[in-house]
Design a protein around this ligand. Sequence first.
Ligand SMILES: Cc1cc2nc3c(=O)[nH]c(=O)nc-3n(C[C@H](O)[C@H](O)[C@H](O)COP(=O)(O)OP(=O)(O)OC[C@H]3O[C@@H](n4cnc5c(N)ncnc54)[C@H](O)[C@@H]3O)c2cc1C
Length: 438
Amino acid sequence: MGTQKHLDIAIIGGGIAGLTLAIALHHRGVPFTLYEQAHAFGEIGAGVSFTPSAVQAMQCCHDGIFDAFEKVCTRNEWESKQTVWFDYHDGYNTPPGPSFPISNSLGQRGVHRAEFLDQLVKLIPQHVARFNKVLTSITTAASGKLVMAFGDGTTAEADAIIGCDGIKSRVRQELFPTCKPSYSHKYAYRGLIPMKQAIDAVGNENAQNACMYSRKYSNRAQMGPGGHVLTFPVKSGTVMNVVAFHTSEEPWQDSERNVRTATRADALRDFAGYGEDVTKILQLTDEKLNVWAIFDLHDNPVPLFYQGRVCISGDAAHATSPHHGAGAGFCIEDSAVLAALLSHEAINSPADLELAFAVFDECRRERGQWLVESSRFIGDCYEWRAEGVGNDFAKIENEINRRNSIIADVDVAVMCQQARDTLSRKCGSLVRGFSANI
Ligand SMILES: Cc1cc2nc3c(=O)[nH]c(=O)nc-3n(C[C@H](O)[C@H](O)[C@H](O)COP(=O)(O)OP(=O)(O)OC[C@H]3O[C@@H](n4cnc5c(N)ncnc54)[C@H](O)[C@@H]3O)c2cc1C
């Protein structure tokens, strides 16, 4: 741990962005308090998979995060599939049409979210977290401190605030009220199926290794419902995670709530006409299912990731649809870069924090907002409906590989070093500018 700095940073939200940032700051001696609206840290019981850059970012934040991930992650079962991210199948025709593997250096690494979070929580001391704290507003006191008001009527002060409060971020609303998430016209059923049943239904190869089953949009009209279904093993291969995306032209009824309850019958109706593997998988899901509306910041991106000493990170800054499987990974990249900046020797007083946030914005905004854009496009590619790609399988494969390599083929340690170098340069020019003014 580095020398303790005399700063007072507030992190709002204890999801993947907030927790990884908290761990990285704690182990660098940067003081902070984490405020979470729930009564405890918690994640939903679903799978999340990570890209090679996400895993590098874990190591940059703190080795303990990487160790936690290694402890709970599940790989593809087959030796021959260790670098396969997903096997892409035609999920529409029986017998199926063409299929191809999408590969990267890491292959498929999925975790059960709650299991991963349980490990992460062990990496910070309990006293840094305050629960049941719903941030409602931010103001500035006469002393210059930022004042946070919470739903329980209490307030707290900080030198800087980092909003890691997810897609519906209150911190983002305070900074940029018009930058609201919008519906991507896709929703997803999520389920977990015991592996034995999954194998009986679709065979060892497709149950124990990650697969994506795609379908073109309806032939009946030029526009119409389409979808794609992802499966990958989690929980040491004992469970198959399922995410079934459906595209719909209808609006999402309740923009305040992005999760609604549905039934297995609803899912089967949405995926009627798919190939037999998809039908068999959905038949094995629970009778009651949650449906997640896919919202993102595609239509209303933020102009900056900060304003003054208030910053946003993770989904709060660049909430994306999940089609690249990289939203959570980008949260961890953000944490790695923020921690690299906030632990820089030039960041010592509250007045320095705005500069750190400005460099964070400079280093991360373009990549974060590219993901939001690209994810929408690739989601349509999977469903044979992207402009200029359609159902040309060679083009689909090319687009997936090209875009995935933008995500994966980076060196996160270099990214962090470049951010620190930029900060050093700016500090140097500030100091020179200051001297010149004397
Ligand atoms: C269907 C689906 C599948 C996905 N699959 C993948 C995948 O395979 N790989 C991947 O990398 N990404 C995936 N993602 C994206 C990933 O889930 C998100 O990018 C990531 O979880 C965002 O983390 P976060 O910490 O920024 O936000 P969140 O996880 O939303 O955490 C925000 C935290 O802030 C708290 N909070 C909110 N408001 C307040 C407030 N006012 N005051 C105090 N606390 C507050 C919340 O309680 C929560 O704990 C998927 C997303 C979806 C919807």
